[in-house]
Structures are given as structure tokens and as C-alpha cells.
Design a protein around this ligand. Structure first.
Ligand SMILES: [Zn+2]
Length: 281
């Protein structure tokens, strides 16, 4: 089963790093939500079909003989930014991942904020058009239905259904986010218009996040942010222009500096947060 393969990868990573099992004090697991952190259960995330009521913490504890902790992947990434990335010494940090979905995490004074039921901070489901596109959550018009990687690819395919000219038509496959970015950068009007609209929506979402939480820093990560300056420049400009002025003056919007390792670092950071929290209590 998939879990035992994942655990085996963890064991191999330890062996390759020359870390003995006796040196491991806890196991951190970072996973897309929804999940029940206290019970250690994955609760059917949209990106993991069939993974409903999976007791992953229990399984990890049985496999490794150590306490295990489960954390929402975006919250874990926010903790990684706070510990080792752009958010060191930042009191109020929001991390947004723009990837196969849109996730969010909030770190206040070095600790994760998770909400009453443990899944708080889901900016992907901020509604940008209340009668708009259907989202995986069942509601209409969520940001995730426009700005996630698969949503951008879907919108690109739809925009090619008309007869507008586009260099995207020369592709032998359905356009991906990377194609949209590359063709927009090369000046294709259709790809450019689609990307501008996408950045306008994302900028609006970040401005809402800034207004609601008034953070010191918003860090953007996830696969779609590999577009680099083509993403951060328009999103930062739009977010700071549209947010309320005191909030906009207090905040900056930047890209993650932790790269693809952020998931693993996040799992470790979440474990430290949990162990620290237990010690505090
Ligand atoms: Zn939604």
C-alpha cells in the first residue's frame, strides 16, 4: 500500500543522510487538507481521491516507534518559512501555496494558527465571482477554480475553443501552466491575456488576505510560482494597491526562498511546533 512505500522512502532518506533511528525523536507528516490533526486522520483531500479516514499518524507511530504529527501542508510550509525562510523574525506570516490547489497557512509569533476545527486559513476558497466557475469544494467562484495549476490549464484549453489565433495552438498537447507562462512571455496575445487575468485574480485574493489578517509578510510558493517575476511583480503590485492603506503599508509580498524542499522542511517544522507546544503546555 502507498503508506508503507512512503514510510520506506522515509527510512531510506534517513539511511542516506547517515542518521540512525535512535537519533529520530518524532515523525512529521505534511499533507493537503482537510484533515483531523488531533486524531491524526486524513479526511479525503480533493487531491487524494479515496484517502478518506486514513489513520496516518497511528500507522507512522506503529512503523517508526516514535510520536508522529500530522499537519496541513500549507500550514507546515508556513512554519518552514517562519523557521528557515523568508519569515524569520516575522511576527505575523501568511504563506500561500499556488499549486494543484491553493492552500494557506498562518504563523503568529512563531506558532501556527489553525482555527477552531484545525483547518482554518483556506484562501483558495475566497470567492472571486459568486456565480462563477465550479470549485472542487462544491461552491462556485472560488479562487482555486481560476488560479490553481489545473484551473489555469483548463482555462487555457477553453480559450482555445474559439477561433482566436494563438501560438499555443502549435503545441502537440493541451497547454500547461508552463506553456501559458512561456507563450505569454514570448508575446502571444491570448496567453498574455489569460495570464494577466490570472494574476489580477491572485492579486485580488492576496489583497483580501492582507485586509483580513493584516500580516507583516505574505510568502507565495507552490508550482505555479515558478513563473517567478511574471507572477510576483503583478501580484505584489495589485495586492498592495487594492488592500486597505494601513494594511498595505505594513506588509510585503514575496516568493518563497525554500524551493521544492519546503514540503519536507514543513513537516519537520510542524513537528517542532507540536513538540514545542507540548512542552509549553
Ligand atoms: Zn472552493
Amino acid at each position: 500500500m502507498t503508506l508503507s512505500r512512503l514510510f520506506e522512502l522515509g527510512r531510506r532518506a534517513l539511511a542516506e543522510a547517515g542518521v540512525g533511528p535512535e537519533q529520530v525523536s518524532a515523525v512529521g507528516i505534511s499533507c493537503g487538507g482537510p484533515l483531523d490533526r488531533d486524531l491524526g486522520i486524513i479526511c479525503g483531500p480533493p487531491g487524494l481521491p479515496g484517502w478518506d479516514e486514513v489513520f496516518v499518524v497511528e500507522a507512522a507511530q506503529a512503523r517508526f516507534g516514535r510520536p508522529a504529527y500530522l499537519e496541513n501542508d500549507a500550514t507546515a510550509a508556513a512554519l518552514a518559512e517562519s523557521n528557515w525562510g523568508q519569515g524569520q523574525n516575522v511576527a505575523r506570516l501568511v504563506y500561500l501555496t499556488i499549486s494543484t490547489g491553493i492552500g494557506g497557512g498562518l504563523v503568529l509569533d512563531g506558532h501556527a494558527y489553525r482555527g477552531a476545527a484545525g483547518n482554518g486559513g483556506e484562501p483558495g476558497h475566497i470567492v472571486v465571482d459568486w456565480q462563477g466557475r465550479l470549485c472542487g469544494c462544491g461552491q462556485r467562484g472560488c479562487a482555486e477554480a481560476y488560479v490553481s495549476g489545473p484551473a489555469i490549464a483548463r482555462r487555457a484549453a477553453e480559450s482555445l475553443q474559439g477561433d482566436k489565433e494563438s501560438s499555443l495552438r502549435s503545441l502537440q498537447h493541451d497547454p500547461t501552466v508552463e506553456d501559458v507562462v512561456a507563450h505569454a512571455a514570448a508575446g502571444d496575445p491570448l496567453a498574455d491575456a489569460l495570464w494577466r487575468e490570472t494574476m489580477a485574480i491572485l492579486g485580488r485574493v492576496v489583497s483580501v488576505v492582507v485586509n483580513v489578517w493584516e500580516p507583516d509578510l505574505v510568502v507565495l510558493g507552490g508550482g505555479v510560482t515558478q513563473a517567478g517575476s511574471m507572477l510576483i511583480e503583478p501580484v505584489r503590485e495589485a495586492a498592495l494597491r487594492q488592500a486597505m492603506r494601513p494594511a498595505a503599508r505594513a506588509v510585503d509580498v514575496v516568493l518563497t526562498s525554500l524551493g521544492p524542499q519546503i514540503g519536507v522542511l514543513g513537516a519537520a517544522a510542524a513537528t517542532l511546533d507540536d513538540v514545542g507546544g507540548a512542552a509549553d503546555g
